[in-house]
Design a protein around this ligand. Structure first.
Ligand code: ATP
Length: 238
């Protein structure tokens, strides 16, 4: 059996003296959609930061079964792992088009970059209308569309999504999740989502990790989570 695309083994991380994550084991297989749920402050964003190399960790991060010795955003991108950070991370003083070009820096330059820009401007028509607009002047929803499109411009094998829904209107969030579901189903891009909006995330994901105070409290197939009364009440509110 081939190794999972991404593995975190005994992963711990935090900020200075404060250890937030303790001994996390997590896997994402090729083409899989996995969601990490947890209350405010459980450590979801910290987990994403550790996996993408924005903060240091102890333990191992493996890609295709090999330990990544220098976990940094550029190195992870070269391994096919692209991140949509919380707060979107768009380059606010650059145009939509240039943000998308920057998203493709890990690729060889060529006409297919412009073709992908056109494609993402079709997937997200508001971006198509605003290719030459400065990203900082986009609405919150448009900026999140740009963040998704920019992360996809590297043609990743795995997309890390940190709270895509944060602060956005329900209709915009629904549209973004539909795009993420299509990215997963049609392109076979694996997705690791960290989400407060459990209902939408569970619609996409086939597997769930529950994070409680920096540790994995439980994990398993989405259907098991939906049928567990205590978990459903705590995370889905019914
Ligand atoms: P939320 O759903 O509210 O975004 P979260 O599960 O993503 O929460 P994190 O943002 O990972 O949680 O935060 C986990 C803990 O780490 C919190 O106690 C938070 O205060 C702390 N923390 C986060 N960022 C920093 C930082 N830069 N410096 C110090 N502590 C931090």
């Amino acid at each position: 059996m081939s190794a999972p695309l991404l593995e975190a083994v005994g992963l711990s991380a935090g900020y200075g003296q404060s250890n937030v994550l303790r001994d996390i084991d997590l896997t994402v297989g090729a083409g899989e959609a996995v969601v990490v749920l947890g209350a405010n402050g459980a450590g979801k964003t910290t987990l994403m930061r550790a996996i993408s190399g924005l903060i240091p960790h102890t333990g191992e991060i493996r890609v295709d079964g090999k330990v990544v010795t220098k976990v940094r955003p550029d190195a992870m991108l070269r391994l096919g792992i692209s991140q949509i950070p919380q707060g979107r991370g768009t380059l606010t003083d650059m145009t939509v088009r240039d943000n998308l070009r920057v998203g493709a820096v890990s690729r060889k330059p060529g006409p297919d970059v412009a073709e992908d820009i056109d494609q993402w401007c079709t997937v997200f028509p508001p971006l198509g209308k605003r290719r030459d607009q400065i990203a900082g002047t986009l609405s919150g929803g448009e900026q999140q569309m740009l963040a998704v499109a920019r992360a996809m411009m590297s043609r990743p094998r795995l997309l890390l999504c940190d709270e895509v829904s944060l602060g956005l209107a329900p209709l915009i969030v629904q549209g973004l999740f539909e795009v993420l579901a299509r990215v997963n189903a049609e392109r076979g891009t694996a997705v690791l989502l960290v989400e407060q909006n459990a209902e939408l995330a569970l619609d996409i994901a086939s597997r769930v990790y529950l994070l409680e105070v920096g540790s994995v409290a439980s994990s398993g197939p989405t259907e098991e989570f939906r049928s567990n009364d205590a978990i459903r009440r705590a995370y889905l509110g019914y």
